[in-house]
Design a binder for this molecule. Structure first.
Ligand SMILES: NC(=O)c1ccc[n+]([C@@H]2O[C@H](COP(=O)([O-])OP(=O)(O)OC[C@H]3O[C@@H](n4cnc5c(N)ncnc54)[C@H](O)[C@@H]3O)[C@@H](O)[C@H]2O)c1
Length: 435
């Protein structure tokens, strides 16, 4: 074993979540219920997965906290910001993801999670009407107010370490602008000049988090930390960043299923994905400018798994379409259909249909927990910048596009990267052995 220097997970970990909606309240309720032994954190890698360390006769399968020092669920303290003033209990009830019987045992704790005023600009999510919003002079002031919130939260709760997770609505698409987003100096100047078009509120949260020593995770498809200026900020502050977009339902299926086609050298003519969902996320995504952000994120998955340049006979010009339809009766219980047109021997066509009747927030909650705990681990291990080992949890993994770096979207390659990062942080050798 190599000697590594990962700081212990001492004291409490503050988890500050932007957005106190369906995903966040499902995440918080599950953690609080699990802490009381009243529910199981099913789907969470950090709570269940076992990784092989060592080889041959020395091999062992260990849980993450047996390999690296992990924060315990008992040591998490939650806080949040939201545009709406309802506390976490009220919001969990309103979202109707969980049954009241699964919320009420932790009612007291949830009621204490009252959202701080949001850093919000209606132009970035037109369908939201909340009143719990900060009054800001400009984007720089918006960021300064968020910094103050983080400092106050730390003081009030006696926490040293904080992780900030964006689980708020998807903002409108902000294309990367070289004049603003490429250097930290330009980004800061634009915030001070109140450039409302190029500086999304989410960028103020990310900047504030990093400035206050907190790793930042982007759970929506927003390009917030997916810009060189934020990479520079993460380097300057020596903190981890991760993003973007939780890999939950359809994209999880896609990144796990596409390798079947690729591994067996079958051809792909087209992949049509459509969804119906009726929660507030669906409502926001019903706005074309917000859907555009999601579409860009969802479309990126196939391109790096089934690569036309590598197999022109099999993957040239396949048609890939993704649709999301707002359909209120289903609320959080999304239905995602995939129609996959493949071809085989001598070009003969075949079809595969997948109908995933999933629950959006039930799939997203364990990802929130894993991303938060692993970002905290990464910070304690002295890792900073884009955390590629977290791509496993994300639909559109961050990568250095200025250097033509190709993201890894293949679920099982992502899993290998995740396992090796944990091994290395635990002082074991990274390897490619079959488990
Ligand atoms: N559930 C999934 O499967 C899944 C998968 C990938 C990504 N996501 C993303 O996760 C996010 C959360 O999803 P959800 O279902 O909980 O949505 P939701 O609409 O229930 O909750 C989002 C909350 O964010 C708040 N909000 C919006 N802008 C804000 C701001 N600037 N500051 C503070 N709060 C703000 C809204 O008021 C709302 O309460 C969405 O962006 C969604 O696209 C979800």
């Amino acid at each position: 074993m190599n000697k590594v220097n990962v700081k212990k997970a001492e004291g409490k970990l503050g988890v500050l979540v932007v957005g106190l909606g369906a995903v966040t309240t499902t995440f918080m309720t599950g953690v609080l219920m699990a802490r009381k032994g009243l529910a199981k954190p099913v789907g969470s890698m950090t709570q269940y997965d076992k990784i092989r360390v060592g080889k041959g006769a020395d091999k062992k399968y260990l849980k993450y906290d047996e390999i690296v020092p992990m924060t315990k669920l008992e040591d998490i303290v939650f806080g949040a910001w939201d545009v709406y003033p309802e506390n976490a209990y009220e919001s969990a009830i309103n979202c109707e993801v969980l049954k009241e019987k699964d919320i009420n045992p932790v009612k007291d704790e949830l009621e204490k999670i009252v959202p701080m005023k949001a850093a919000f600009d209606k132009n970035f999510a037109k369908r939201l009407e909340g009143s719990n919003v900060k009054d800001c002079k400009n984007r720089w002031d918006m960021m300064e107010q968020l910094r103050e919130d983080i400092r106050n939260f730390k003081k009030a709760n006696g926490v040293d370490r904080v992780v900030v997770l964006w689980s708020a609505s998807t903002e409108v698409y902000v294309p990367v602008n070289k004049k603003v987003h490429y250097t930290l100096a330009d980004l800061e100047a634009a915030m001070k000049a109140d450039d409302k078009e190029n500086i999304a509120p989410s960028m103020c949260y990310a900047y504030a988090a990093l400035a206050e020593g907190a790793p930042f995770i982007m759970g929506a498809p927003n390009t917030t930390v997916d810009i060189p200026a934020m990479w520079e900020m993460a380097e300057k502050t020596k903190l981890p960043i991760a993003g973007k977009d939780f890999k939950t339902g359809q994209t999880l299926v896609k990144s796990g299923f596409a390798p079947i086609i690729g591994t067996r050298c079958l051809g792909l003519a087209g992949w049509f994905s459509t969804n119906i969902l009726g929660n507030r996320d669906g409502l926001v995504l019903d706005e074309p400018a917000n859907f555009r952000t999601k579409e860009v994120s969802k479309l990126s998955t196939l391109e790096s798994i089934l690569v036309p340049e590598e197999q022109p006979d099999l993957y040239t010009d396949y048609y890939h379409k993704v649709r999301i339809n707002y359909y209120p009766p289903r609320n959080d219980n999304k239905e995602g259909w995939d129609n996959i047109d493949i071809f085989g021997w001598m070009g003969y066509p075949m079809q595969i249909k997948i109908d995933f009747l999933c629950r959006d927030s039930i799939l997203a909650a364990p990802l929130c927990l894993d991303l938060v705990l692993l970002s905290d681990l990464a910070a304690r291990a002295g890792r900073w910048g884009t955390q590629r080992f977290l791509s496993f949890f994300l639909k559109s993994p961050m990568h250095d596009y200025t250097k033509n770096e190709v993201p890894v979207n293949h679920l099982f390659q992502q899993y290998a990267i995740l396992k090796n990062a944990i091994r290395e942080m635990g002082g074991y050798e990274a390897d490619q052995e079959i488990d």
